[in-house]
Every structure is written in structure tokens, then in C-alpha cells.
Design a protein around this ligand. Structure first.
Ligand SMILES: *Cc1c(COP(=O)(O)O)cnc(C)c1O
Length: 471
């Protein structure tokens, strides 16, 4: 591809993106394909000779697009959002063109210095205390992995990386029964082992970790000769928004000298609105906090903001400096690759900078407040329908419900059929979860282009499809 062609196709791709966003409401939200449909249309062997860009682009539209689920669709109410404001996509176009590897300060000083600055903007936007340092990780999973490694090394007096875990007492990590699977993975990868991730039961409307049970478990573990290392608190769990009492957990952490990591991957974005701060009250006492601007704030995937009270403990855990990575004579600079598990880093700060400047914090707050309000209204309306029950009340913009008409024995099967029928229909997209042993349907609003009419359309589709669904 020569420069002239590059220009032509880059412009074409950008224009295509604009047309695509405009046409989204006409497309089914979830891909309407069966497993293998797409693969069957892609040759099993690579071409030996070059193909024309016209053909390649045409195949993108004809072969690939039908197999895409449209995450930017305004009626995407499944999982959590992966919300991409147009301005963040523009920033990513530029990042793609620069194609820089931003692992060290000197491999792109602007990327490092902008990252420091915009993460501090985010810290202020969330109302976090001064003194937290921020770094962008590729995902919340990576931030949690880095935090669990820090817990482990701190508890082992920094000997784990060098000596392994076989000679040490069992390193114990505590989390509720509602936390995300990324915590299990971090426990596996760090060699701590699933048996040493201790699930503390939850109670109350917010399904918070029971603090009395947490304390008892830590004391029992100490007596048994184990090595308690850290606690992971959840704010806005993925299933139904489970939220721990962060202040109480931090107090336990301080009392027992344990490292506290807060997983607010989805809900953290809402903390730019002061009225939601009660959900993570006490967070300033945590050691580590992660939230994903790529979920609800509008920064295109991937972009995970990780705040750390004491970056030295993180760097002591993760930094590795062979001669070829040293930046001699540059004291005091930050090499962010020492703050994360992967060495290579994309320039992710640019899209945050564009996003916050183009919308202002007030613009982003309005979006989040709207999503929460529309979702609360939907829960209220659905709860008044005769055969629907709101199972978990809205935590921010997430709630769960169940369709429970009289005379049906297997309500789990009925609700699974309902969610499948809704998604096959394609006008909206919802997902299910299980809570207290029952299958329930989740709803969350969080798309950048979502309007109140889109949320009202969800009500109509849910009621219409329920009327047609049987076991
Ligand atoms: C989405 C989510 C994660 C994982 O986020 P990734 O960035 O995909 O790793 C972790 N915890 C919670 C609560 C989440 O909602």
C-alpha cells in the first residue's frame, strides 16, 4: 500500500465508521449467526498473491459485519457497556497512525507525561484524595493481577518473585462471593492457588461482604499459620452490582496490615457524580483502585485506570531492568512499563484527553445521570407489570428482573427462553445471570448514544416477547 492508497483507504474507513454509527438502530444488536457461519466464508489457507483493497474491504462488509455484535448500538443493554464516544475513536485513529510503543519515558515522553496528567484529572474527577498515583492498564484484569502480585510480595517480604511460593506459608486473599472471575485468574497466575482465595459470604440489599465473617476468617487463618495478604473489595459487581462496605474493609485492612484493592471496573465511572460517592465511601483509605473508562465513560476499549497509593510497592514487585531497558541519566522519570505486567504499551492517554476536553466532566456526568434515571424508571415500570418481579433494585443503572406468570413450574427455563427470544428478535440485547440460585435477566443502560426512547423501547420489547414466550 503506497501513501496515496493509504490516504484513500484511511479516509474511507473513517467515513465508513460514521455511516456505521448512523445505521446502528436498523441493525440487530446481537449477531444473528450460528457458530461456524463466518469461518466457513474465510479461506482455510492464506493467499500467496496480493488481493485488491476493494475486494478486502468488500469482504469486510459482506463476510465480517453480519457476524458482529454491535456494542455501540444504542439498545445494547447486555453485560456492561463498552462505550466509545466518537471523539475517543478519533483519538484512536491518531494513535493508530503514530503506532508508537510507549513502554518507557524515552520511547515517547509525551505519552508518559500525558498519562500522568490525565490520570490525575481522572483522580480529581472521581473525588479521590491527593496522593494516589495513576497508571493506565490494558484491562481491569491486568490491574487486579498487578495488585494481587503486590499483595503477595508485600506479605512475603518481597521474596516471592525470587524464591517462589513452595517454601512459604499459604498466602491468603479475601473477597466476597460476588467478585469478578478476574480475581480467580489473578490468584491462579500469581501461584497463590484457588484454595487460598477465601470467599466471604455477603448480605443486605447491596450484597456486601460480611465484615464480622471477614475478621473471623483472618484471625482463624493467622492461628492456622497462614499468611493473610490482602482483601479485594467490589463496588458494582458484574452479576447484580454487589457493593462492599469499602470503609469497613479498609479499616480491617489497616488493623491486620493487609493490602486492599477495590474493583470498581464498571461503577467507577459513575463516581464523577458526587451523589454516587456513598457507594464507595472510605475509598481514600484503599491501597489500589481500578475502574474502566472503557466501560461507561466513553473511552474506547481498551483503557483501564489504576490508582495506587504507594507506587513504590507496585514497582518493587514488577520492575525488571535489563541493560537494554535502562534510561540512564534520567532520574525521576516514570517508565510505566514497570507498573504493569506487559512490557509493551499503547498510547492510551490520548483518548482520555480528547474525551474529557470535548465533553467536559459536566457532559459526561449528564450522560451517566441520564442512564441511571432511565434505568430506575424502567425498573419501576416493569415492577408494576403483573407478571414481572424486580429481583435486584437498580444499583446505578443495573437491575435484574424475572418473568413469573402463574402456573409455570420451571421459571428458570421460561426466563432463559425469554432472554433468548429477545436476543433472537434483535431489537434490544439483554443477558442473564443467576442470583440466589435463580435465573434472572439483567438490564443496564450505558451506551453513549442511548436515549430515553431507547430505554422505553426496551420495555415494549420485553413485554411483547414475554407474551409470546413459553417453556
Ligand atoms: C468488566 C469487569 C472486570 C473485567 O474487566 P476487564 O477490563 O475486561 O478485565 C472486572 N471486574 C468487574 C467488576 C467488571 O465489571
Amino acid at each position: 500500500m503506497d501513501n496515496a492508497q493509504f490516504r484513500h483507504w484511511a479516509v474511507k474507513a473513517a467515513e465508513w465508521g460514521d455511516d456505521y454509527r448512523k445505521s446502528l438502530r436498523d441493525l440487530p444488536v446481537r449477531a444473528q449467526t450460528a457458530p461456524g457461519d463466518i469461518a466457513a466464508q474465510v479461506p482455510v489457507s492464506p493467499p500467496d498473491t496480493a488481493e485488491s483493497m476493494e475486494t478486502i474491504f468488500q469482504d469486510f462488509e459482506q463476510v465480517i459485519l453480519p457476524g458482529m455484535t454491535h456494542w455501540q448500538h444504542p439498545r445494547f443493554f447486555a453485560y456492561f457497556p463498552a462505550n466509545a464516544a466518537p471523539v475517543s475513536i478519533v483519538a484512536e485513529h491518531l494513535v493508530n497512525a503514530l503506532a508508537a510503543q510507549c513502554m518507557l519515558w524515552q520511547t515517547s515522553p509525551a505519552a508518559t507525561e500525558l498519562e500522568t496528567r490525565v490520570l490525575d484529572w481522572l483522580r480529581q474527577a472521581l473525588g479521590l484524595a491527593e496522593g494516589f498515583s495513576g497508571v493506565i492498564q490494558d484491562s481491569a484484569s491486568s490491574a487486579t493481577l498487578a495488585a494481587v502480585m503486590t499483595m503477595r510480595e508485600r506479605a512475603l517480604d518481597w521474596r516471592g518473585n525470587a524464591e517462589g511460593l513452595s517454601g512459604s506459608p499459604a498466602v491468603r486473599i479475601y473477597a466476597s462471593d460476588q467478585v469478578h472471575t478476574s480475581i480467580d485468574r489473578a490468584i491462579w497466575v500469581t501461584g497463590i492457588g484457588q484454595a487460598n482465595l477465601i470467599r466471604i459470604p455477603t448480605d443486605g440489599d447491596l450484597r456486601s461482604m460480611r465484615i464480622d465473617a471477614l475478621e473471623r476468617q483472618i484471625e482463624a487463618d493467622r492461628q492456622a499459620g497462614h499468611l493473610p495478604a490482602g482483601i479485594i473489595a467490589s463496588v458494582g459487581g458484574t452479576s447484580v452490582g454487589a457493593t462492599d462496605d469499602v470503609a469497613a474493609i479498609c479499616a480491617v485492612g489497616r488493623k491486620h496490615d493487609l493490602y486492599v484493592h477495590v474493583d470498581a471496573a464498571w461503577a467507577g465511572s459513575a463516581m464523577i457524580c458526587p451523589e454516587f460517592h456513598h457507594y464507595w465511601q472510605g475509598v481514600d483509605e484503599a491501597d489500589s483502585i481500578v475502574f474502566n473508562p472503557h466501560k461507561w465513560l466513553g473511552a474506547q476499549f481498551d483503557c483501564s485506570a489504576h490508582f495506587i497509593r504507594d507506587p513504590n510497592s507496585l514497582v518493587k514487585t514488577l520492575a525488571i531492568q535489563p541493560e537494554y531497558l535502562k534510561t540512564h541519566g534520567r532520574d525521576g522519570i516514570i517508565n510505566y512499563s514497570e507498573w504493569s505486567v506487559p512490557l509493551g504499551r499503547r498510547f492510551r492517554a490520548l483518548k482520555i484527553w480528547f474525551l474529557i476536553r470535548a465533553h467536559g466532566l459536566e457532559g459526561l456526568r449528564t450522560m451517566i445521570r441520564n442512564h441511571v434515571r432511565w434505568s430506575e424508571k424502567l425498573a419501576e415500570r416493569l415492577g408494576k407489570e403483573p407478571n414481572f418481579r424486580i429481583v435486584t433494585q437498580p444499583m446505578l443503572s443495573l437491575f435484574s428482573f424475572r418473568y413469573e406468570p402463574d402456573g409455570v413450574d420451571d421459571l428458570d427455563a421460561l426466563n432463559l427462553n425469554l432472554v433468548n427470544a429477545i436476543n433472537d428478535d434483535g431489537r434490544i440485547y439483554l443477558t442473564q445471570t443467576r442470583i440466589d440460585g435463580q435465573l434472572v435477566i439483567r438490564f443496564q443502560a450505558g451506551q453513549f448514544d442511548c436515549t430515553e426512547e431507547d430505554v422505553e423501547a426496551a420495555f415494549d420489547v420485553i413485554c411483547e416477547m414475554a407474551g409470546k414466550t413459553a417453556i
